[in-house]
Write a protein that binds this ligand. Sequence first.
Ligand code: EPZ
Length: 417
Amino acid sequence: MKIMEVEGGNQLTGTIRISGAKNATVALIPAAILSDEESTICNIPEITDTKALCDILNLLNVEVKRASESIIINPQKMKNVEIKEEFSKKLRASYYFMGALLGKYKKAVMYFPGGCSIGARPIDLHLKGFEALGAKVTYDNNKYIVEAEELKGANIYLDIASVGATINIMLAAVKAKGKTIIDNAAKEPEIVNIATFLNNMGAKITGAGTSTIKIEGVEYLHKCFHEVIPDRIEAGTYIIMGALCGNSLKIDNVIPEHIDALLSKLEEIGADLEVGSDYVIVSKQNSYKSTTIKTAVYPGFATDMQQAFTVLLTQCSGKSKVVETIFENRFMHVAYLNELGANITIKNQTATIIGKTPLKATNVVATDLRAGAAMVAAALIATGKTTITNVEHILRGYEQIVEKLTSVGAKIAIKEI
Ligand code: EPZ
């Protein structure tokens, strides 16, 4: 078992470079199998979710080569076999193989995906989308068989602007006959990144990044080169850490428009920010004002960002609120923040934070990926040494977190016990 130890109270100064976006990478890798030739994707983060997807590619007899930050995926000898449960449940994004295999072979066999336990996370909208394209879905004992004689373009309205359903339907529709229109599509930057990748291969997708995506089916997808966008959630996490204990901490390789909602909330509480074309410099301020945040689909305040932001709210004077509207179980970090000394209560889907409270080190748990990032942020300002268990969750989404934070002055280490 791995644990993380963080000695709090150190200033962070220097530069942290942001890696490729996890939530784009985890869709780009499955999307690559739709090509009939080799794809090269650069700026791939070295995180355990990437490794889990490469294991699925190996299972499907897809050739995978890693070279520095790039990945070369060649599906020419691929075989469409069942994705066994131990592979499907390793991560949420295994579900993108459903759309990609269906799009390529008109058949996908796999199990319910894994991922962070932050709510029920059904996949009904993905399946309804596949059915609208002409697929038949059979479910038995956690196993899904999705197959079609032919996939035909359709008009699909999503009841919720789901990131996963939007991408999965795009993957299934790129090679379908005719035109597919996804209405109330999610607009996250990762979706634009996936659509650009598919278009680079020869797909005909327009409207990605708006709530209506149009896909004209094509027969052949060719070789291409693509780059993963910078990770906006990783960037936001380190910017928040900078507001907590930074001294001119530079977060580099950022697309500031992707984190507009976070930057404006930081400005509202009184953070000291310099926002450049591809970087943000942040320093800790002695006092911050309280505020309310409400998570929302992009371009609203990201649900993946509220946990680390809650840590910052413990350092704001007065009463702050966090309203979580996307997932029903995304406050698991709160109990541990309270153990560190915060004063937070939860009622329904709202956390009320009374600040400012000093934090004192103790033993805490990374209950999921972003809750884990919040624990690291809190530990950086807590007096004493905080021990974080279930660190595996954090390593699923933050490339070289220990190395990055150590390079700017944090005292942090991972130990195997
Ligand atoms: C993606 O999850 C991200 N995961 C999540 O990142 C992120 O929190 C989330 O989008 C919202 O931005 C990946 O990209 C792999 P949704 P996803 O479908 O696609 C409901 C992280 O920490 N819903 O947009 O699973 C669902 O329950 C994470 O990096 C249905 O009801 O999110 C939720 O309430 C975790 N039926 C809402 O929609 C469906 O078929 C939004 O979920 C699909 C979703």
